[in-house]
Every structure is written in C-alpha cells, then in structure tokens.
Design a protein. Structure first.
Length: 371
C-alpha cells in the first residue's frame, strides 16, 4: 500500500509506467493499482492478499475502483488530453493498493521483487476525471471450459439493471479497453445493447495473445447510457489439454475480463456475471455421481475448483449440457459501486450494504446470506 504525496490538493494522473524488476519478467504475471480509502497507518504495509495478516481496510480496496494495471506484454498507459485520473484533495483517493500476481510454478524461493508503477501527475487539472469499470465473467470456478476444444466461448454480462443504477442520465464516454484472459484465450469482443437492440461492436480482438496485452484506445468514444447492457465474450482453445479448465488466479486457470476506461468518473466500479449456483450445482453433482468428476471437497468454491480441474469431459452430451448452462440459462450478476455497495441478482434481488470484495463474494453467494 502506498500514500500519494499530495493528499491536501487535487492532482491528475496523466500516465502510468509499469516497472518490472529486472530478471523477474517470467515471474510477474500482472499487477493492478486500486484506489483506497484507508488509514495512513497502513502506508507501506505488505502481506499475502488472502492471508489473515491482510487488514480488512486493504481487503476492501481490492474489490473497488481501479486506477490502472499491467499484464504481460503491456507498456505505459497514457490518458487523453481531455481527462486524467484524480488523486488527493477532498473527494479523491489519497492512498493506493498494488495487488501483485506472480506465476512461480517452479516454486523458486530466491525471488525478490520490487515491481510496481511510476505515476506521472500534474497540478494542471483537465475537464474530466477518469474512471475504470471492470466487466466480464466473475473470476470463479463456475467458469468452466471443457478439455479438447478448438473453440469454447464464455460470455460475461453487465445487465441494464446495473447500468441504470450506476450511470447518470448523460452517460459516460468509453475511450479505451484492456482485454484480459490467460493462456487458453484466443479471442475477445465487447458488445453493446440498448433498448433490446445491438449497437455497433465496441471492440474485438480475434487474435488475442497472452504475451502481448495492451490498452487499446478506441477510434471514437462510445457513449454508455443508463439502461444499456454490455457483453464480453472470450474464446478459448483447449485442444492440447486433457482436463477441464476453470476460472481462477493461476496462469493455467482462466479469466474473461475487460477494463473499460471512461470519463467522467463515477462510483460504478464493476459489473460481471457467472452461472447461477442453482443451475450449476446439479451439473457438478451429476458429474460426481457418474464418476466423471472426483467428489467436491466441502470447502466452498475451492471444492468446485478441485473437482473440475481433475475432470476429463469426453461425453459430448455432457459437453453440450455445460454449454447450454453457460450460454442460455439466466446468470447471477454482481455490480459494485465504489468500495461500499454490492448488488446481486439470481432471479431475485439480494443486496449487501457492507463492503465486500471479490473473494468474500463467492462465499456470500454460496451461503445466500445477506450481511
């Protein structure tokens, strides 16, 4: 966690330069810079993200608003002349949390890393403040991809209910996108819907390469209005894999995410979906009963991860059934507004007023408990 050195005045971030420690290029997977409302006493604190040593102050920041990020192949991020990311002052973040993800399959014990970001900022304010909305599929084992597939599409949705709540009448201007999957990802697209009709596609990358992940600036800003819907579709190739692949943090797992950079800045921070537990649970049970999947340990979503990553799916009827669940059945939605409010939808509406992060979310959904 770091403190911005200009807490009493408003400044604008104009550019973020990723700094990867020399020699660690093969270990640093990606890093995300979150804005944070936290106590100054945590300045400089560092701990494993999901450990008991991580203060709740910092845990909450991980599910909130993003300033920027970096992944393999990426370079510096520069913001357009009309906008910048506000820091300091009365209503803007005065602290930031850097979440680091490492890929260390060889379990090297001698890696010392000081990677992070160089932040360029100015006193010269611009007309607009920048924000980031994360859309796509929730990072969860319920994002399941069968083995031996030439192309398997997964779609994450941001429904009209979430944009209606999070975006004001004048809308926001999308000016850049950052697509993200892992090694099995081969394509992504972002589609836009309004009043039941599909509008021109926002962006697509039919030749995605994990080793070249960049921020893409749109040729023309796209207006996102309250009540609009957005879908993020990711294509995966698992022809060389003999076990199922699921959503997770490891490089061998998968993600389906898009980071929309926009202005003017809102509290609206995240809008994602995943298959409903009530639709997915019977399918996992069937796989276990037929001896196709090992029994899921009774430890929440970690149990699903263990069971599905140990499964070889060769019955085409079961492959088709999974496709139907992921493609045609009503999903569960998750929308986050700043670091404070979350909204869930699984046929019924469930609200949580206490801060939640993405990791607590999974346990929350499984128990169907409103805090």
């Amino acid at each position: 966690k770091c403190a911005f050195p200009i807490a009493n005045a408003t400044f604008l971030v104009l550019q973020l330069d990723p700094i990867v420690t020399k020699g660690n290029e093969g270990v640093v997977h990606h890093m995300t810079l979150f804005e944070c409302e936290s106590d100054p006493k945590w300045h400089g604190y560092s701990a494993e993200c999901d450990s008991a040593n991580m203060p709740q102050h910092l845990q909450n920041c991980r599910g909130g608003s993003i300033i920027g990020g970096w992944a393999v192949g990426g370079e510096s991020v520069s913001f357009p002349a009309a906008a910048g990311f506000p820091i300091g002052g009365k209503n803007n973040p005065k602290f930031a949390v850097v979440e680091m993800h490492y890929d260390n399959p060889d379990l090297k014990s001698d890696v010392v890393d000081n990677s992070g970001f160089k932040i360029h900022y100015t006193k010269q304010l611009r007309p607009n403040d920048i924000g980031v909305i994360v859309m796509g599929h929730l990072v969860s084992p319920l994002m399941a991809i069968p083995n031996n597939q030439m192309l398997w599409n997964i779609t994450g949705y941001c429904p009209s209910e979430c944009t209606q709540k999070g975006i004001p009448g004048a809308g926001v201007n999308l000016f850049a996108i950052f697509f993200h999957t892992h090694l099995a990802g081969v394509s992504l697209d972002a589609r836009h819907y309004r009043s039941g009709k599909e509008l021109p596609m926002i962006a697509e990358n039919p030749h995605y390469d994990f080793n070249y992940q960049e921020l893409y600036y749109l040729r023309k800003n796209v207006k996102l209005l309250p009540g609009d819907s957005v879908s993020i579709t990711c294509g995966y190739k698992t022809k060389n894999r003999n076990k199922m692949t699921v959503g997770g943090l490891k490089t061998i797992d998968e993600m389906c995410l898009n980071y929309f950079f926009y202005y003017p800045k809102l509290e609206f921070a995240l809008c994602q979906s995943q298959p409903s537990f009530r639709n997915f649970m019977p399918y996992i049970t069937k796989l276990s009963q037929q001896g196709i999947a090992p029994p899921a340990p009774l430890n929440g979503t970690a149990g699903f991860y263990t069971a599905l990553t140990g499964t070889t799916l060769s019955d085409q009827k079961l492959v088709q059934e999974l496709y139907n669940i992921e493609t045609y059945r009503s999903p569960m939605y998750y929308c986050a507004y700043g670091n404070r409010t979350s909204f869930f939808n699984d046929f019924t509406q469930i609200k949580a007023t206490n801060p939640l992060n993405k990791h607590r979310l999974l346990e929350f959904i499984q128990a169907y408990v409103v805090e």
